[in-house]
Design a binder for this molecule. Structure first.
Ligand code: UDX
Length: 474
């Protein structure tokens, strides 16, 4: 709950970022960040905040123009002020021209590695395209001791391939793998004060030590907070990222599988998770049952991990992730089935208000969003659906213009016969059952995130259904 209830204003500890910036242990380093999507743009702004001279490169002209004006192309608490400060103070600029990275000592690569259209494996075409143009610039403008630092989530073996590629192009650069663990909604905080930093270094000891020392210089303001800095080989660093995401996905699917058992038996998954979480070996985080995980990382990363295991001949090691994925898909399907059941079988022409479109709160990201899945399914079955979300509506309009939207929960719920809470924004979890009850046609709510207090809603005359939650006194 603590993670969920943090308000937008509290997300960025400005003092923290200021402290990080004011640690002039070394001078500024000239660096580039290639790929200015979610990861790269936040990384570039954070590196500028640390005092470095940063150029961000992206192939998307519109994105580069917006970033250059200091306008965030996506919603991320605290990012706008960092971006503006870096741009205004002249430490941060953006370009579409790879030639502008000439002379940088460190090149961070943070391009997207989405799921391939055919199959589960990661699509490395953006990474390979970026490397092709980067290596051409590095060959023409050699910088002694330059680093290529991979931050994208990649199949194990990629760093070694890129190091070989540098050699074959005659570029004397050292490749380092430095995975990024940032969460959307906490991206600035996770970049400036991560809970660990991992350097995957090459076999060549001298090159590895030089790379480690230069990265320590770059991250001096981050490392001064005292978090662990782990040095590993390439393979370990690459695997840490996918292993971490697989573990988190497994934890969520575990509790969602238990939610299915709770539904079959009358147990309550939220009380059960609370009891489990008190065991320090298990811990309370990532045990929130609901409509499951989505976003641009967890779903595609577990699939890419399975695909890579298959290529390596160890697919059996990860067959459990198939089940993790299947449980996750079942939960969103279950939410659709709950709506159908509520209406006695068919949702056709029934008015359903959906609270939430983004895959999680404090984000406008619609990628693989369970909320969006439920909305599009119900629309497809002829329901009269109205969706609201505090910030994801522009993206929803652009991609799904046929889905009706409303500017807020109250407007979305007018005449609703069923309300479904699918993204636990505080705007929604703080709703007053009585006030909302005055606009709906029927006081019925499905809480797809188990984020509401059933007793409060039931006391106000609502029929409440959570995911794996019992309606008992205890
Ligand atoms: C994740 C990892 O947390 C991060 O370390 C990695 O770098 C990128 O992928 P993110 O995609 O931003 O980050 O989202 P996260 O906070 O992990 O949530 C993922 C999904 O799981 C969301 O849809 C969220 O609603 C869901 N979730 C999370 C649950 O359903 N239950 C939980 O208990 C926790």
């Amino acid at each position: 709950m603590a993670e969920r209830s943090r308000g937008v204003g509290g997300l960025v500890d400005r003092a923290m970022s200021r402290r990080a910036c004011r640690t002039p242990i070394f001078g500024p380093v000239k660096l580039s960040v290639i790929g200015c999507g979610y990861l790269g743009a936040v990384h570039a702004a954070s590196m500028a905040e640390l005092g470095h001279e940063v150029v961000g490169v992206d192939v998307d002209v519109d994105r580069v123009e917006r970033l250059s004006r200091g306008e965030p192309p996506f919603y991320e608490p605290g990012f706008a002020e960092l971006l503006r400060r870096g741009v205004d103070e002249g430490r941060l600029r953006f370009t579409t021209d790879m030639g502008d990275v000439a002379g940088a000592r460190v090149h961070f690569v943070g391009v997207g590695t989405p799921q391939r259209e055919s199959g589960y494996a990661a699509d490395l075409s953006h990474l390979d395209a970026a490397m092709t143009s980067l290596l051409a610039v590095m060959a023409d403008h050699p910088v002694p001791g330059a680093l290529v630092v991979g931050k994208s989530t990649v199949p194990v073996g990629t760093a070694a391939r890129l190091q070989e590629w540098c050699g074959s192009e005659g570029v004397a650069a050292t490749v380092v793998w430095n995975p990024e663990f940032l969460r959307e909604g906490f991206a600035v905080q996770d970049t400036l004060t991560p809970d660990r930093v991992v350097y995957g270094l090459p076999e060549d000891r001298a090159a590895g030590e030089a790379a480690r020392d230069l990265l320590d210089e770059v991250y001096a303001g981050v490392l001064s907070h005292g978090m662990p800095r782990l040095v590993t080989n390439y393979q370990t660093a690459e695997l840490v990222k996918v292993a971490a995401n697989s573990f988190l996905a497994t934890k969520i699917s575990f509790i969602n599988a238990i939610a299915e058992l709770c539904e079959a038996t009358g147990a309550d998954v939220t009380r059960l998770a609370e009891a489990l979480g008190h065991d320090e070996r298990i811990g309370p985080k990532f045990l929130r049952a609901g409509v499951g995980f989505g976003g641009g990382c967890l779903p595609k990363d577990i699939r890419a991990f399975m695909a890579r295991a298959g290529e390596l001949g160890v697919d059996q090691a990860l067959t459990f992730l198939r089940e993790v994925d299947a449980i996750n898909q079942r939960r969103r399907q279950h939410a659709v089935a709950m709506a159908e059941r509520h209406f006695g079988g068919s949702v056709r022409d029934r008015r359903v208000a959906i609270l939430g479109a983004a895959f999680k709160p404090d984000s406008d990201d619609l990628r693989d969003s369970p909320a969006l899945y439920v909305a599009t399914r119900l629309v497809g079955q002829g329901a009269d659906v109205v969706v609201t979300d505090p910030i994801a509506l522009p993206g929803l309009h652009a991609r799904y213009p046929h889905i009706q939207t409303a500017p807020n929960a109250r407007a979305a719920c007018v005449d609703a016969e069923l309300v479904m809470l699918l993204t636990e924004w505080t705007d929604f979890t703080g709703l007053e059952p009585d006030q909302l009850g005055s606009v709906v046609k029927e006081r019925a709510i499905i809480d797809g995130r188990n984020a509401l207090d059933p007793a409060r809603w039931e006391a106000a005359g609502w029929s409440y259904r959570g995911m794996g939650r019992a309606s008992t006194t205890w």
